[in-house]
Design a protein around this ligand. Structure first.
Ligand code: NI
Length: 257
């Protein structure tokens, strides 16, 4: 059994067939999925989905690309939702320097506020990092994020960054890119992550694993990520699935409330 720790079943790409997609994931052995909402619309849709399906859980936060659209009222709403029994994490948040909709200082401010929020509600945080490796680590260290903990989602940093994040109690999650033929760095880093810090995800509908690269991703494909990690780490698929599932259970404590 597997847990997809990061999926956007609330994305427009699943508007027509979310139910069938969830069913295919179950058939592929995915026992739980964390649906990530990152703005008003996707948070509302995530909450609808987790109300409807026992095996779905939600993460709620504000995406760095849209940081300029966030304000105290929205953060207060996220904090209120954090009390819902099926909300298991805050995020995704972080920094994204690929797009220039939100200036870096605004992104950092909204990121820090969500770290404070996660600390207050005592939930782990899910970090999105695109082209912002050094600043992410700097903010996490300055905010003592080690006692919040959480996930470096779809990790694409180097060994040094992985070590800094592991030192702060973070889990390292791999998605589709680790299966890409030319993905030398994530493959190298994936081998070095301790057994008890490794997670798998899809980030569907984005970043589909090989051989579906470029197509719509879906949670059933988390199996392809797990198979690739098992091969790289020289363990059986069953071992890898068991380790990552136990790690997700330990972090999210799905049934604590
Ligand atoms: Ni995502």
């Amino acid at each position: 059994m597997l847990i997809d720790t990061h999926v956007h079943l609330n994305a427009d790409q699943f508007a027509e067939d979310a139910e069938e997609t969830i069913e295919r994931a179950r058939e592929a052995g995915v026992e739980k999925m964390v649906v990530v909402g990152f703005d008003t619309k996707t948070i509302n849709l995530a909450m609808d989905l987790v109300e409807k399906h026992e095996d779905l859980y939600a993460a709620v936060g504000w995406h760095p690309v849209d940081a300029v659209d966030c304000d105290d009222e929205k953060l207060a709403w996220i904090e209120e939702l954090a009390g819902h029994p099926k909300v298991v994490a805050i995020g995704e948040t972080g920094l994204d320097y690929h797009w220039d909709k939100s200036p870096a200082d605004v992104q950092k401010d909204i990121f820090r506020k969500q770290l404070h929020l996660a600390r207050r509600v005592q939930l782990p945080i899910i970090i999105h990092d695109r082209e912002a490796h050094e600043d992410i680590v700097e903010v996490l260290q300055e905010e003592n994020a080690g006692d919040i903990g959480g996930i470096m989602h779809c990790f694409q940093g180097d060994q040094k960054m992985a070590e800094a994040c592991l030192d702060m109690n973070f889990y390292i999650s791999f998605g589709g890119p680790v299966t890409f033929k030319n993905a030398k760095l994530p493959k190298e880093v994936a081998v070095t992550i301790p057994d008890d810090r490794l997670l798998v995800e899809t980030d569907a509908p984005f970043l589909a694993p090989h051989p579906y690269r470029g197509k719509r991703n879906e949670p059933a494909y988390v199996k392809l990520v797990a198979e690739q990690l098992a091969e790289l780490r020289g363990v059986s698929y069953e071992t890898l699935a068991g380790q990552t599932t136990a790690n997700a259970e330990a972090l999210f404590q799905f049934d604590r409330r």
